[in-house]
Design a binder for this molecule. Structure first.
Ligand code: SAH
Length: 403
């Protein structure tokens, strides 16, 4: 196996279990030239063994799979993947997510948070949807699908690979979304109705965004349910209506759901009907959320949810993103009725919690309203942050009380 040597002093972060080797830290390679996705062994300049992981050309040269000398001869095998996935499932059971009747969807693998950098797997009541973000995980996808069968047994009905949009390379690899299990594409499986905190949601992993559903807002939706009673709710960037369903369940007098994706808006309608029948006090609106809230009559809503897509996908976009968060939040804070609540989120990894709070602070000042922060929100346990990889904390939110 190829050995990768680090420059002098560059082993510090690996000794603290940070899962990435940046290309700038690499001194050189010894052995056959690795292909993207091959496993390499990583050594310090003093030739101390540090661990092993997936090699890739790019700013992250190695994504570490282990900091121990435990690589199976011939590379990670079925037993390796099975043991790792079993560990992830055991953690979800410990978090009170797997094996419960009222919630049957959760994130099984959250990349670095689960010490499996580059791999996302979401569980939708018997269907696993996988997204590889690295060459190594993409090349391992068939073995990972086999390992899922070993872990879940009869409970597993299908494994769908949705890496086409996430795998960071195209050349020479047979990208194309589809079922890894069973051998022929199952009929009538997608979309599928799952349960989250007892609420029903249709999940369409084949055509939807990401893996089909935003599982990371589960806890925050439950908080909206607690606050919704008697309020007129506006759910901006609603996607398939997660927050809208919880708001109605919590006793909202009306809910308006806004998204610019026509397909998402169709699914919101279906999800509302699925839970509350056709006469629920709900409107699904296909529109630009920013224009909608700017034009909204003042005082028409007592609770707003503002959950936009990541405005900054990389550091270079940070300043523009912060201005966009400020404008959007200023519009929401201006429009909400006196005594109203704004649940506002950012899922941009490069915008940290304090920077986001500053953007919202500026927004409140622009709106000229008195605002209290009454809660600070997070990503849930199945999207856990590896303590050695704080960059994994991406979702943050504030609940604002606006006088
Ligand atoms: N709150 C959702 C997830 C939001 S994801 C949930 O709980 O499931 C972000 C959503 O914003 C996507 O559905 C995307 O279609 C939508 N979107 C992106 N840009 C938009 C815009 N300018 N106006 C309205 N919706 C937008």
């Amino acid at each position: 196996m190829t050995k990768l040597y680090l420059k002098k002093g560059r082993e510090e972060s690996l000794l603290r279990f940070h899962p990435w080797v940046f290309s700038g830290a690499v001194f050189g390679l010894e052995g056959p030239d690795p292909e993207e996705g091959d496993v390499v062994a990583v050594y310090s300049a003093r030739k101390e063994f540090l661990g092993w992981g997936h090699y890739q050309i790019g700013s992250i040269a190695v994504r570490m799979l282990s900091f121990a000398d435990d690589m199976p001869a011939g590379g990670p095998d079925l037993a390796f993947w099975t043991a790792r996935l079993q560990g992830c499932l055991q953690a979800r059971r410990a978090f009170g997510l797997a094996g419960f009747a009222t919630t049957n969807c959760y994130r099984l693998v959250h990349g670095e948070g689960d010490s499996l950098p580059g791999l996302i797997i979401d569980w939708y009541d018997g269907v696993c949807v996988m997204q590889a973000h690295s060459a190594g995980m993409f090349r391992a996808r068939k073995m990972i699908a086999e390992a899922l069968q070993a872990v879940y047994g009869d409970q597993l009905q299908a494994v769908y690979d949705k890496s086409e949009g996430t795998a960071p390379f195209k050349a020479g690899l047979d990208l194309g979304d589809g079922y890894l299990y069973p051998a022929s594409a199952p009929q009538g499986l997608c979309p599928r109705t799952v349960l989250e905190n007892g609420h029903r949601f249709l999940v369409d992993w084949e055509n939807g965004q990401k893996t089909g559903f935003f599982l990371d807002q589960r806890e925050n939706r439950a908080l909206v349910e607690r606050y919704a009673r008697g309020r007129r709710v506006l759910n901006l960037f609603c996607y398939t209506g997660g927050f809208s369903v919880y708001a109605l369940a919590g006793g909202a007098v009306s809910v308006d759901s806004v998204d610019s994706s026509g397909r998402a808006v169709e699914l919101v309608e279906k999800n509302i009907t699925l839970n509350f029948g056709a006469d629920a006090p709900h409107r699904a609106i296909c529109a630009d959320a920013i224009d909608f809230v700017k034009d909204a009559p003042k005082d028409a809503y007592d609770l707003m949810i503002v959950d936009p897509p990541a405005f900054a996908k990389h550091r270079g976009a940070l300043n523009n993103a912060l201005r966009a968060y400020q404008r959007l939040n200023a519009a929401a804070i201006s429009a909400v009725a006196p005594g109203g609540l704004v649940f506002t989120f950012s899922c941009s990894q490069v915008v940290d919690r304090e920077t986001f709070a500053l953007a919202v602070f500026s927004a409140a000042a622009d709106a000229g309203r008195r605002v209290r922060i009454i809660d600070r929100l997070n990503q849930p346990a199945d999207h856990a942050v590896n303590i050695f990889h704080p960059e994994g904390a991406y979702l943050k939110g504030l609940v604002l009380y606006v006088e």
